[in-house]
Design a protein around this ligand. Sequence first.
Ligand SMILES: Cc1ncc(COP(=O)(O)O)c(C=O)c1O
Length: 449
Amino acid sequence: MRSATRNPIDEVRNVVMDLEMQNYWMPFTANRSFKTAPRLITSAAGVHLIDPDGRRILDGSSGLFCVPAGHCRPEIAKAVSEQLRKLDYTSPFQFSHPGGFRLAEKIASLTPPGLDRIFFANSGSESVDTAMKMALAYHRANGQPSRQRFVSRELAYHGVNFGGLSCGGMVKNREGFGTLLPGVVHMRHTQSQKGTFTRGQADAGHDLADDLQRAVDLHGAESIAAVIVEPVVGSVGILVPPKGYLQRLRQIASQHGILLIFDEVITGFGRTGNRFAAQTFDVQPDLITMAKALTNGAMPMGAVAAGTHIYDTIASAAPENGIEFFHGYTYSAHPVATAAALATIEIFETDGLFEQAADLIGPFQEAVYSLQELPLVTDIRSFGLLAGIDLATAERFGQRGFAALRKLFEAGLMVRVTNDTIILAPPFVMTPTQIEQMVSIVKDVVTRL
Ligand SMILES: Cc1ncc(COP(=O)(O)O)c(C=O)c1O
């Protein structure tokens, strides 16, 4: 019989100490280093993650930009558990379930008008590849099959599948994996000056969008299917588009019949103070990719919102009663992920979380820019509830960033780090006091680095 005085923390710790670590090959992780000093999380609640010792760690990056509504929301747990008991799975090819239609309708009520045909995937990477295929299928259906090139940007992150990877511009992610997709042209990124500590959008630099015109001049518009950008670049360290940049990109793309894809895997669902960044910047793309916050991170799910014109063109080119788009995933519109997403969007709406996020932007940015005084901080960029804080590079690129990640975790804060940049992206349910607490942990740790 078990002792009546058993300590739950000891139980968790014992299970963790028994872990055999060699089999799990961890993603985007220094595996050997991790396994000598693991950073494990065993539970979570609200804006906190909890480690095996019961230590509460503030989630300064919403996991990986996934958890705006806070962790372990009972509404999502209930919806998922009910769905698992009712319908766990059904084929999404030539069959479906009501949840997929309900969720598509709900998403279409949040996206800009006209972006109302929703295709489901399981991740951001799959959503990006789906959007790229839609662009190719659209031009083919429209009698322009020669439009096969993609234009993207240096320093972009569009996931890790071969389509998105080819469009991506993070060197380490690309260099080990061969020639990638042919016909991708990279524009310059928009971070022309460092160390300016610019808040929000820079006044200068919108002419960098003319790189799209240069791609047209060099390769011919008739060879270009789409241009893909993150409205605010996320994973590489928060690069904010200069004023007028996205508008100019839209203008050039429209002029030459090129589709504009906004990769909103991070910016979607409130992160920039509006439902989508397309609305924040008042620029209408032809396709929007989304994932992460769509289910508050509780289930893997991604989606693409396509313009009605994209769907109509592709559908009308297919034979009557024939499959229109030869693409899809075993788990497209998975019933359980769908239930999680519907419950998440209901939380966004009933709790007014998009408005709450918009209200938090001021206190967040105020707190973040107070880090400017630290000698090791060389630049800060911020937009919405996103901030990138650059640290001076030590002997090796990325070394100081990794040290910051470890020491911040020890001090009770989880952040995302890319190279020597700390990225903050708090859940929308953080209070202004918790925002200050988060930034003061960063201040203490960076001061001692
Ligand atoms: C803009 C963007 N696109 C795509 C992805 C890939 O998403 P996933 O990791 O879910 O495949 C990410 C992930 O961070 C992202 O930030």
